[in-house]
Design a protein around this ligand. Sequence first.
Ligand code: PLP
Length: 450
Amino acid sequence: MNQLEKTTFWQNLDQQHHIHPFTDTADLNKRGTRVITGASGVFIEDSEGKRYLDGMAGLWCVNVGYGRRELAEVAYKQMLQLPYYNNFFQCAHEPVIELSKVLAEITPVHMNHVFYANSGSEANDTVVRMVRQYWNLKGKADKNYIISRKNAYHGSTVAGASLGGMAGMHAQGGPMLPNVVHIDQPYWYGEGGDHSPEEFGLLVARQLEEKIKELGPDKVGAFIGEPIQGAGGVIIPPSTYWPEIQRICNEYDILLVADEVICGFGRTGNWFGSDTFDIKPDLMPMAKGMSSGYLPISAVMVGDRVADVLINECGEFTHGFTYSGHPASAAVALENIRILREEKLIERVRDDIGPYFRKKLATLEDHPLVGAVESVGLIAGMPLVADKKTRKGFEKPGTVGTICRDFCVENGVIMRACGDRMVLSPPLVISHDEVDELVKRARAAFDATA
Ligand code: PLP
């Protein structure tokens, strides 16, 4: 079979049996599946031999880049030695024990305990279980409301989707998790009106205080937020936002949950988004960059305040997954963290490639479609707008973003469109030349869209 015949073969087979996540099947069948066959560094390749600069690191996860032999080798070795054993019922294995120690080292000082799962969604399910269990043990079982934000993304299990504020997921029908309520997001560019970003940050943070008062502080157990909203379009909060959220959580005795599934493991130029924004979370769900996506693994880091209660007063915490802390995934996560440390990739994001990425992306601000370029470290969002001066969007939100995303693919760069916000989150190993290439290809896509 030549390349074209091979592609057609896989596309036809894909259509027959495979239901894709977050995909309109009719649209997919019309276009034909893009079959990805290989990857190296920051590039992926499809079945027709076309290479794309992956500006999204897969789904915000391949932090150390593609093609790392070290990660494949530790997985192979671990699978030969101990492919599986569980961490239930008084058992554990060496990779998970060591990983727990290393995670305690790299996370904020007050976080010293970890619970494992397999995906960001499962980590957030675990958060719900922990919040409920914690307050129950404290004799305050009524503190079972969790406050989140509109347009947040916390996963696709029922708990994850309930915590998230994605309208489409809530509209699927059937009840979501009760006792989850959503306040506005800190999206100044799109929703800040005439306020300054700082004023707006305070205003939306104070919605949390209003909501707590409305429900009653004795009813609210936790607030959850991504330090930077990723799937919502890379919404970087104004500087006033997180300090005010922290103050409110402290004042009303509400657990603060920082969802680090995207921001964690170097994306923002520090180990965690909580370091970048000076947040002191009680619980920190994490996934993606934890293993750079080479194998599935996730975790909830537990702050001392919650851990003391869960460990000393709980007896059995009746929660866990068959693959919680899977040995091969744990070994890969350990090796991934070793690479991040040894190659100083996080320092590089903070001091070198992050600022360079920002400077180069800023050259796109002169483009008539690009309303702004917003970035922290190696995560960026660019709203496409009808009117740059008034920050006004398009009549049919999302249409221009989708067109632009397709032109990106045509021009050999993977960017994602979250509505009309074009977002980027490349592997942390991206070179200066590759940033230049990414910006060049993005400009070509914007030109084709305009
Ligand atoms: N939390 C955040 C902030 C995410 O961005 C995601 C996924 O994109 C999740 C949770 C869910 O992770 P998963 O897809 O691994 O379940």
